[in-house]
Design a protein around this ligand. Structure first.
Ligand SMILES: Nc1ncnc2c1ncn2[C@@H]1O[C@H](COP(=O)(O)OP(=O)(O)OP(=O)(O)O)[C@@H](O)[C@H]1O
Ligand SMILES: O=P(O)(O)OC[C@H]1O[C@](O)(CO)[C@@H](O)[C@@H]1O
Ligand SMILES: [Mg+2]
Length: 327
């Protein structure tokens, strides 16, 4: 049976481009004469029934906005069976037969469990996180914008680092993964990068700085927040004895990395995936993840991608070796 009423929510850390995804979902549903609903504040809003019909007016002038107009949450209640039962009842009582979730790996786990417990509900998930830590897609919505925000900030820090001849350790987001750190380091021309995927040896970092600082006016080291040596504050505290002659500083970029106008790429990616979610529902597909690989939309089952750890690509590994002597 074809879908008649479809709903969308955004969950986990917000990411630039989520609004473009919501807009494309709503516009594609309306094109096919399907009723579209927006759920506020992620799974918390779903449990509370904070659900509104979405028309053209609701998605006008949002494509350029960062954050998510729907709001997001990290919902403890949705982790419980009772919470998910309430969530399902909110959809069932409104006759909503499909749910699209834009979020990260945690949001996907929640969606898959909901789909298992309530098989009458169709569930589709789309990758929306600045972390790019999802298997089955080359890019997640928001990653490109966050990288551009980071490299812009690093360029600015480099100005003051050069003026004062300092070594800066700049912490970027990535609780468990170093994609933002590695790719921003490569594009910003950082001298070293510390990521959770490789063991960090601070003596080697100190040697790199000593060798490469000569003739240079500053050094920039990007630190993923989840690195095994700690965040940039911890690293600077530990590095002081290893680099007693250098002036060290720590800067945490923090949540500014999640905000801002989405880039072209994030708007396009979110538009393509948001529209495709409705087309997949019309085809009768369920419990799927829609991603983007090799410049094409791809579909995987949610179960196939949720427990897979995304690996650093062979290409990025080659650069890690040659730019940073890390293997
Ligand atoms: N195992 C689980 N069972 C049920 N719900 C879950 C589970 N894991 C996560 N969720 C739900 O998904 C929400 C979002 O997950 P999480 O906070 O890990 O963010 P995310 O989607 O991975 O995004 P990001 O990492 O980009 O911030 C959680 O707050 C919770 O409500
Ligand atoms: O402050 P919050 O919302 O818990 O988010 C922090 C986390 O969210 C992420 O940015 C993902 O959105 C992680 O990299 C980071 O650790
Ligand atoms: Mg996550």
């Amino acid at each position: 049976m074809s879908v008649k009423k479809v709903a969308i929510l955004t969950s986990g850390g917000d990411s630039p481009g989520m609004n473009a995804g919501v807009r494309a979902f709503v516009k594609t549903a309306l094109y096919h004469h399907i009723e579209a609903f927006g759920i506020r504040n992620g799974y918390d809003g779903l449990i509370q029934g904070d659900i509104q019909p979405m028309g053209y007016d609701e998605v006008a002038n949002i494509i350029q906005q960062g954050g998510t107009i729907l709001g997001s949450s990290r919902s403890e209640e949705f982790r419980t069976q009772a919470g998910r039962a309430k969530a399902y009842q909110q959809l069932e009582s409104r006759g909503i037969d499909a749910l699209v979730v834009i979020g990260g790996d945690g949001s996907f786990k929640g969606a898959e469990i909901l789909a298992t417990e309530f098989p009458a509900l169709k569930v589709i998930v789309l990758p929306g996180t600045i972390d790019n830590d999802i298997a089955g897609t080359d890019y997640t919505i928001g990653y490109d914008t966050a990288l551009n925000t980071i490299i812009d900030a690093v360029d600015k820090i480099r100005d003051t680092a050069n003026s004062h001849h300092r070594v800066f350790f700049i912490e970027v987001m990535g609780r468990d993964t170093g994609f933002l750190a590695l790719h921003s380091a490569l594009a910003a021309g950082a001298d070293d990068v510390l990521i959770p995927e490789t063991h960090t040896n601070l003596e080697e970092v100190a040697n790199t700085i000593k060798t490469q600082y000569k003739g240079k006016r500053s050094a920039i080291i990007i630190v993923a927040e989840g690195d095994d040596a700690g965040g940039s504050g911890d690293v600077v505290a530990k590095m002081k004895s290893l680099l007693p002659k250098h002036e060290l500083r720590s800067t945490v970029l923090g949540h500014m990395q999640r905000g801002g106008k989405p880039s072209y790429f994030d708007r396009y990616l979110a538009t393509a995936l948001g529209a495709e979610s409705v087309l997949q529902l019309l085809k009768g597909n369920n419990r799927i993840f829609i991603g983007y690989q090799d410049n094409k939309i791809v579909v995987h089952s949610i179960a196939d991608i949720i427990d897979k750890k995304r690996e650093i690509s062979a290409e990025a590994n080659t650069l890690l070796k040659h730019m940073y002597n890390q293997h």
